[in-house]
Design a protein around this ligand. Sequence first.
Ligand code: SAM
Length: 233
Amino acid sequence: MKFDILTIFPNIFGSYVSESILWRAQKKKLIKIRTHNLRDAAKDRHKTIDDKPYGGGPGMVMMVEPVYKTLKKIKKAKKSQVILLDPAGRQFSQKMAEKFSQLDQLIFICGRYEGVDARVNKFIDQKISIGPYVLSGGELPALTIVEAVTRLIPGVLGNKESLLEETFSNNSFKIQSRGRGTKFKINYEYPQYTRPEIFAYQEKGKKKKLSVPRILLSGNHQVIGEWRRKHRK
Ligand code: SAM
C-alpha cells in the first residue's frame, strides 16, 4: 500500500513514521509513505501557495494549482483514492479504514489556513474529517488515517488475533433486532491487565492496593473468555 501526502509541512511526518508499527511496516515493504511539498509546485520564487479569498473575509486560502500540479506528478495506482482532509467531510471510521486497506494507494491533501480553493473538488474522490473539531492542518488527520489503515494490512501486526478482538473490529459489532429495525451495538474491547498481580499505591496517606481479577489468573481459557465477553467496556 502506498500513501502519498501533499503538504506544506513535510517535516511533520519524519519522526512519527520512523517509529514503531509504521516504521516496521515500511521496513517489511508492506507500506510506502511519501510526502510531497506543495511549495515545490508553486509558480513564483517565493514558493507562494496561498492567497486572499475572493469576496473578502479573514485568512488565506490555499491555491488549487499547486495541488493540481502535484497530483498530476504522482503515479496513480488503479485502486486508489484521493482524499481531501476537511473538518466538514465524512467522519472517518474503522469501517472506512477496513475499506481503504483493500486499496493500493491513498493520496491525502492536507489543507492549512482557511482550507483549499473549492475547485479542488474536481480532482478528489472524497473529503474526510477525523472528528467534529477544527485542527490547524490536515497533517495529523492524514497520519491518523495512515496508521488506522496500516494496522489492518496483513503482516503488519505481529499478532493477528489482536485485530479480531479489537474495539470496532467486525467481531465487536453485535446486531440487535428489536421490533422494527436493526440496531448495531459496539462491543468495546474487554479490560486488560498485566504484571504486577497486586499494585500497591498511596491515597491520602493510606496504603491501598488494586488486584487483577482472580479469574484471569485461573488458566481456564473458557472461563476467561466468558469473563471477557461479559466485561467488554
Ligand atoms: N476554515 C475551515 C473550516 O472552517 O472548516 C478550517 C480550516 S483548518 C484551520 C485547516 C485545514 O486543517 C483544513 O483545510 C483541513 O485540511 C485540516 N483539518 C482541520 N480539522 C480537521 C478535521 N477535523 N478533520 C480533517 N481535517 C481537518
